[in-house]
Design a protein around this ligand. Structure first.
Ligand code: NCD
Length: 359
């Protein structure tokens, strides 16, 4: 069964096809009004959300389908100790497709291995957020007219910012891409993204702590919130929370046609005055998220008619390798057998299949 757990589950051609479908939905919405008639989407949100959950729900409604689900873990049987695997099996009895957001890294992946309908990762801990990436890709394409030959700056919390991890992986599929990674030392990009994507595919990137230095060269600036809920140490959060603030003064350093993205919600990292700058694309980006989620639902429901494709190949798995990431789903779901795979044959590095941390 085809699911979307990591953005790398889709080829570049598939991403381009989704963008084309979304643009067609924008141009001809009435063509799609009945496409999902009698189909049901479940939104299972074990973590807070405004845009992702409601844009999924709006997307399904605009396709003529219906929606059910919950918006907090406390109103589901997870609060009674039900496992992700059981939840996925049960929901498969009721709906045609499900979107899951969960604080545990790897939870939607576990669901996809147990569900008999497509599962969409709507954000898992500090790991991945592939449907935000779909929104980001459509936004860049609509704002700048291309997805190749771009210098993209990521600024803020690159460690816990799951949207950053997924977008870097997706953009690495395009040509002429260069990244500038702007963060405090403590919030640098995780190694699995750095080694498995940037180093492996020899994508040029720079690392800096200075937004001002980076700004003049960027085609896209992707701002992020410092992810308070992922910090174990609140003092560290308080020390880092005001690291970067994009204001109208700093915007003067940027190219005339740079575009500013932010997955939102914003806290204080973009001052409200920047909203009036035509280069501020983050509210348009939120709208694009709905169109891309429509395109995604259509694709996955179409492919579900032919449930051949496996969510994961079991060829190169190494079993019983304990994961040390306290936020991994395998720490709480006891029946999950700790499993790893070699992701970098040169170094022989083994990574947990659920959260991708080194084991
Ligand atoms: C992001 C998320 O949940 O990861 N928001 C979103 O889905 N648009 C970013 C964030 O919470 O900072």
């Amino acid at each position: 069964m085809r699911s979307l757990i990591s953005i790398l589950d889709f080829s570049k051609e598939e991403l381009d096809q989704l963008i084309a479908t979304a643009k067609d939905i924008i141009a001809n919405p009435e063509k799609y009004w009945d496409c999902c008639k009698h189909k049901k989407l479940a939104t299972l949100f074990f973590e807070p959300s405004t845009r992702t959950r409601l844009s999924f729900e709006a997307a399904m409604m605009e396709l003529g389908g219906s929606v059910l689900g919950f918006s907090q873990a406390s109103s589901s049987s997870a609060s009674k100790g039900e496992s992700m695997a059981d939840t996925a099996k049960i929901l498969s009895c009721y709906v045609d497709i499900m979107a899951i957001r969960h604080p545990r890294e790897g939870a939607p992946f576990v669901a996809s291995r147990n569900a008999t309908v497509p599962v969409i990762n709507a954000g898992d801990g500090g790991h991945q957020h592939p449907t935000q990436t779909l929104a980001d890709l459509l936004t860049i394409s609509r704002e700048l007219g291309r997805l190749d030959n771009l210098t993209i700056g990521f600024c803020g919390d690159l460690k816990y910012g799951r949207t950053v991890h997924s977008l870097i992986e997706a953009m690495s599929r395009y040509t002429g891409i260069k990244f500038v990674l702007i963060s405090p030392e403590e919030l640098k990009l995780p190694n699995y993204v750095r080694y498995n994507t940037l180093e492996k595919h020899r994508i040029p990137y720079e690392v800096t702590t200075s937004l001002e230095d980076a700004l003049p060269n960027l085609d896209v600036l992707y701002m992020t919130r410092i992810q308070q809920e992922r910090f174990d140490d609140l003092d560290e959060y308080n020390r880092l929370k005001d690291s970067y603030v994009l204001n109208t003064e700093k915007m003067k350093l940027a190219k005339k046609d740079m575009c500013v993205l932010h997955p939102l919600p914003r806290v204080n990292e973009i001052s409200v005055a920047v909203d009036d700058d035509p280069r501020a694309a983050y509210f348009r980006q939120a709208l694009n998220g709905k169109y891309m989620r429509m395109a995604l639902i259509l694709k996955l429901l179409e492919e579900a008619k032919d449930p051949q494709k496996e969510a994961i190949s079991t060829n190169d798995l190494v079993f019983d390798r304990p994961c040390t990431n306290p936020k991994c789903i395998c720490q709480v779901e006891q029946e999950l057998r700790p499993t790893a795979r070699i992701t970098d044959p040169k170094e022989g590095v083994l990574r947990c299949i659920f959260c991708e941390k080194k084991v």
